[in-house]
Design a protein around this ligand. Structure first.
Ligand SMILES: Nc1ncnc2c1ncn2[C@@H]1O[C@H](COP(=O)(O)OP(=O)(O)OP(=O)(O)O)[C@@H](O)[C@H]1O
Ligand SMILES: [Mg+2]
Length: 175
């Protein structure tokens, strides 16, 4: 992609992003080569707009997203979020920004802990941002209701796993 010009209304601007993964071999796991996962990716997103990053499997879409979220360090490039250069800030400085910039992983089995209820899973993210107690429970329930995830479980018979999850969601999302 070509370089983008900075506009005041850009909420996210990515410039020259690059990531190579080492191919490790042998007893000492030395880098025997490199996988060029992301090469010189640049784009910007205006406030209120949506951008779809589309490409064949393995072309680097998830790697771009993980670098934007600082879940993975970039080898080169600049990531500006609301005017802040994310590459130049610490994990502590990144923490408050995590309320505003998030990832939804595509594999629910890898992303969601099956031991947690729906309410707990939603509440876990909120807890990380400092929300606790009644406000946490209220917001978890509110997030469940548009998708009808808080319906009570059927009163008779053995509940299915989704019904069990729904039943749990109507309870407490945890401490
Ligand atoms: N941790 C890693 N170590 C080594 N190689 C990796 C790692 N993560 C990703 N890759 C490689 O980087 C390339 C880009 O992977 P990525 O997951 O970003 O692709 P993708 O576009 O999201 O694919 P898909 O559409 O299948 O989700 C692939 O060749 C992948 O094998
Ligand atoms: Mg992917």
């Amino acid at each position: 992609m070509e370089n983008t010009t900075l506009h005041a209304q850009d909420i996210l601007k990515v410039e020259g992003l690059r990531k190579r993964f080492p191919i490790r071999r042998g007893f000492f796991q030395r880098a025997a080569g490199w996988v060029p996962a992301v090469e010189n990716v640049s784009f910007s997103i205006e406030r209120g707009k949506t951008l779809g990053l589309v490409g064949e499997s393995g072309c680097g879409k998830t790697t771009v997203a993980r670098m934007i979220l600082k879940l993975l360090p970039s080898d080169a490039g600049r990531i500006m979020f609301n005017g802040v250069d994310l590459c130049g800030i610490s994990d502590a400085e990144m923490k408050p920004l995590r309320k505003e910039i998030q990832i939804i992983f595509q594999d629910p089995y890898g992303s969601l802990n099956p031991r947690m209820s729906v309410g707990e899973a939603i509440g876990e993210g909120l807890r990380m941002t400092g929300v606790r107690g009644a406000p946490l429970r209220r917001r978890a329930r509110k997030s469940c209701s548009p998708v009808s995830a808080c319906r009570p479980a059927p009163s008779t018979g053995t509940p299915t796993s989704s019904a069990a999850a729904s039943a749990n969601a109507s309870g407490s999302p945890g401490p």
